[in-house]
Design a protein around this ligand. Structure first.
Ligand code: URA
Length: 205
């Protein structure tokens, strides 16, 4: 199962998920503490149908953190985010953005696949949000790229960001771009996505 590898500097690491419950502070538990807590999580019914929980992949100190929606069928089978069709589109985006391996990481709003790839529900997003926030805190990216409306709903419920217009959230730059899956059959959207990336290159270059 692919995870964001533990940072060797991550000294304050909880020994297990029980410790996490005790401290009630996932950030203090470090990457391995968050991973254990996610694997142990039964806060919503998705844990009953999941094959593999999906934690994240990429750098442990990314400049840019992508936030996707939820694992799909392939991700659920492999335990790796964006390893199916949408992943191929994300790879194209990374190349267009000229990001190298140490510059980026990707996580999802939900760590478990919603059956049949349905949209995440509000209670599911709320249950998983502490993990999302803890991952953001630990990865500490300069720029967060919300991939589509679900990532926006999870990160800043009730807020509507303009596509491709960066905003400041507590000292971090947040940018909403199209979800890679939304680009698969839509050439026009792909062009708009490239324009939005071009307009924002200064954020990560
Ligand atoms: N779509 C997502 O939002 N996340 C994945 O990991 C795969 C597809």
């Amino acid at each position: 199962m692919a995870t964001i590898e533990k940072n060797p500097d991550d000294k304050n690491t909880c020994k297990n998920a029980e410790a996490l419950k005790l401290t009630n502070d996932p950030v203090k538990c470090g990457f391995s503490g968050i991973e254990k807590a996610i694997l142990a999580c039964k806060k919503c019914p998705l844990h009953e149908t999941v094959t593999n929980k999906v934690i994240g992949k990429g750098s442990t100190a990314p400049k840019v953190l992508f936030v996707g929606e939820a694992p799909g069928k392939t991700e659920d089978e492999k335990g790796i985010p964006f390893c199916g069709r949408a992943g191929k589109e994300l790879d194209k985006m990374l190349e267009y953005m000229a990001l190298s391996a140490e510059d980026w990481a990707v996580i999802n709003t939900l760590k478990c696949r919603p059956p049949g790839n349905r949209n995440p529900t509000k209670p599911e997003l709320e249950s998983c949000k502490p993990f999302l926030l803890a991952q953001i805190e630990l990865l500490d990216p300069k720029v967060i790229i919300l991939l589509g409306n679900t990532a926006e709903r999870a990160f800043c419920p009730g807020r509507k960001l303009e596509w491709g217009i960066p905003e400041n959230f507590d000292g971090r730059i947040v940018l909403k771009l199209y979800h890679p899956a939304a680009l698969i059959y839509t050439r026009l959207r792909e062009e708009v996505q490239k324009e939005m990336i071009d307009q924002n290159r200064g954020l990560w270059e």
